[in-house]
Write a protein that binds this ligand. Structure first.
Ligand SMILES: C[S@@+](CC[C@H](N)C(=O)[O-])C[C@H]1O[C@@H](n2cnc3c(N)ncnc32)[C@H](O)[C@@H]1O
Length: 199
């Protein structure tokens, strides 16, 4: 499905980064910090390319080869390097204690894959590293402004707080906000925004 969706000239979630991610990055002054960044389910690469543009060493992982090829093309056009990894998050396990930040933006997958990827994201962080996540919640179902139609694929604050219990929760909220990012995120959406710092 994802290869088909991405198989067009347009970047279907746009070429600009997710606005929550870009704003958070500034607020936490993450551009000042060194250390590699991992973007999970990164699709066509808009977030990875933005972070590479800020000077980070970025690895992005996705199931869609078509998406990753577009990510590499976007990076080329912007004159930055990103590393792409073609993998299923259900099985992907990077080196532990490696990344200064892990980014998950609308990284919707079935529950087992989501649970694996959240635990793996935490493991992949260095102590002091940040998870930054935005995703739709169950309240998004039926709005028609983006995200999967299946409630099992949605994120929740409660699940995220469970995985990162024991870490510093920097931000955790379920809100409605206007999202206009490409062809498929097109209006007010119900999202969880979550930032945790690994202890
Ligand atoms: C809504 S898109 C978000 C893309 C990107 N994070 C962004 O914000 O533009 C969801 C992405 O999840 C990827 N994906 C879905 N299931 C996956 C899995 N099991 N493993 C890796 N990537 C997956 C899709 O290929 C797609 O690129």
């Amino acid at each position: 499905m994802w290869d088909e969706r991405f198989n067009q000239d347009a970047y279907v979630y746009g070429e600009e980064p997710n606005t929550f991610l870009a704003q958070l990055w500034q607020e936490l002054e993450l551009a000042e910090r060194s250390g590699p960044v991992l973007c999970l389910a990164e699709g066509e690469g808009r977030n990875a390319v933005h972070l590479a543009d800020l000077g980070h060493e970025v690895t992005c992982v996705d199931l869609s080869r078509v998406g990753l090829d577009k990510a590499e093309q976007l990076a080329g056009r912007r004159g930055v390097n990103i590393q792409t990894v073609h993998a299923d998050l259900g099985a992907y396990t990077p080196e532990p204690d490696t990344f200064a930040a892990v980014v998950m933006i609308f990284a919707h997958t079935p529950p087992q894959v989501r649970q694996h990827s959240l635990k793996m994201a935490r493991q992949a962080l260095k102590p002091g590293g940040y998870l930054i996540l935005e995703g739709y919640t169950e309240d998004q179902i039926g709005r028609g402004t983006g995200g999967p139609g299946n409630p099992e694929m949605m994120f929740s604050q409660a699940e995220l707080e469970q995985v990162f219990a024991g870490d510093e929760i920097v931000l955790a909220r379920e809100i409605e906000r206007e999202i206009n990012e490409g062809l498929f995120h097109t209006g007010v959406g119900a999202v969880v925004q979550f930032v945790a710092r690994k202890v």
